[in-house]
Write a protein that binds this ligand. Structure first.
Ligand code: SAM
Length: 412
């Protein structure tokens, strides 16, 4: 494919594979948009951090000259790295050539660079994402009222079932918390709750509960399960801003996630998002992944860029790397022969690049990883600690409807 074919592929599929490196640039708005027929995601709402004032902008927004001055004064003296930090630094040095190669191949791709500013801006006005008063599902779910909250789900009847002169919209009520809520395969639905509207993709499922109810996700029938399991835990760490955005969970609690029980008998690809902290990395590799039955994980990277293609921060800044890691591995791989499933070898590290959306919002992974997902097609996918829904996905967490608020969408 030449460069312009790849640009057409980005427009059509949300993925641009970069020549000369194991890297791809993705547009999450296009990838997520495939779950909708009557709605579209508003690019400027997804990429709101690229437009907001520098406080929310954080990563990706140039600091004002004033802020630069203040920052310069407060710069602590560089200190010697301790033993654990030195291991983290060595890990970074190992990844660095691959990340630089991937980023250089983006910078050399002129048609993509020219396309990016328009891609993130879109042609609709920026909705008031920062000031709008959204429902706080984490608080609502923790209240004594949680079992009594209901969502009214409105969906359109299939055309063949609409009698002349009758309404084509059907409504049903569903408990909002601690239950699996499923949306029909044929069309997206709209959920009403406390005067706000949520756009629910066709063929999506969600369960909004606290961690203590996570075992309710285990399928009754042991012969069904998930082929792609994505986990983005609320890792404990010292970052105050993260704590303000969502609650965290003691890392050891994750040992109780029923990952093996969720996996499809024909196998599953597990993807775990981790932070760059070395202690966490050790816990994950030595305890967590073995307890889930995942051996020899492969590391991929998510490299975050601005709309001009530059990195959102200095690649070598110790505590603020402009990339995050995801570990990939298979579950039930030893059943390959009996299940007839194929497990494609996860070859080497790859780099996924995108312009980041809201704090901690990760790019969708199903399409870019599709060749590695074992078992029947289309695969059954689940995201643990999700904040959004997708067709063919079950989304679980204490706020899986967070990014489904209608303010992030417009009607087609
Ligand atoms: N993958 C998400 C995205 O791309 O937007 C981000 C997930 S964020 C790292 C972790 C999520 O876990 C947050 O939505 C947080 O509220 C949720 N969470 C924190 N504590 C939880 C708990 N005890 N039970 C369920 N979910 C929890």
């Amino acid at each position: 494919m030449d460069a312009s074919d790849e640009l057409r592929s980005l427009e059509a599929t949300g993925i641009y594979r970069l020549a000369g490196s194991p890297a791809a640039f993705v547009d999450p708005v296009r990838l997520l948009g495939e779950s909708y027929r009557r709605f579209r995601l508003v690019p400027s709402a997804y990429y709101s951090r690229s437009f907001g004032p520098s406080r929310q902008g954080g990563e990706g927004t140039a600091p004002s000259p004033d802020r630069k001055k203040r920052k310069r004064k407060r710069q602590p003296k560089p200190r010697e790295l301790n033993a654990v930090e030195r291991i983290a630094e060595a890990r970074h040095q190992e990844a660095r050539p691959l990340l630089i190669r991937a980023h250089n191949s983006l910078l050399e791709t002129k048609d993509l660079l020219e396309f990016l500013p328009g891609m993130i801006k879109g042609d609709e006005c920026l909705p008031n994402v920062e000031t709008s008063s959204e429902n706080n599902f984490v608080e609502l779910g923790a209240s004594w009222r949680a079992p009594f909250y209901e969502m009214t789900i409105c969906f359109q009847k299939p055309l063949g079932q609409v009698k002349a002169g009758t309404c084509n919209v059907q409504k049903r009520s569903s408990p909002l918390f601690n239950r699996i809520v499923s949306v029909e395969e044929n069309d997206e639905a709209e959920g009403e709750f406390q005067s706000r509207l949520y756009i629910l993709p066709k063929g999506s499922c969600f369960m909004m509960t606290d961690f203590t109810h996570v075992r309710d996700l285990i399928p009754d029938n042991p012969n069904i399960g998930y082929n792609l399991i994505v986990i983005d835990p609320p890792w404990e760490n010292g970052c105050v801003r993260q704590k303000e955005v969502y609650p965290t969970l003691p890392n050891r609690n994750l040992l109780y996630l029923p990952v093996q029980e969720l996996a499809h008998p024909a196998g599953a690809l597990l993807v775990l998002w981790i932070t760059n902290r070395e202690k966490l990395r050790r816990f994950v590799e030595e305890e967590l992944l073995p307890s889930w039955g995942v051996k020899d994980p492969t590391e991929f990277y998510w490299l975050k860029v601005k709309s001009d293609g530059s990195l959102i921060g200095d690649l070598d800044l110790f505590h603020h790397r402009p990339y995050e890691c995801l570990l990939l591995g298979y579950i039930n791989v030893n059943r390959e022969a009996e299940s007839g499933s194929k497990f494609k070898v996860l070859q080497g590290s790859q780099v996924i690049m995108s312009v980041p959306g809201a704090h901690s919002r990760k790019p969708p992974l199903q399409k870019i990883l599709s060749e590695y997902i074992p078992g029947p097609k289309p695969p059954r996918c689940i995201e643990l600690f999700a904040r959004e829904l997708g067709s063919g996905w079950t989304s679980w967490g204490n706020e899986p409807l967070h990014f489904q608020d209608s303010m992030y969408f417009s009607k087609k």
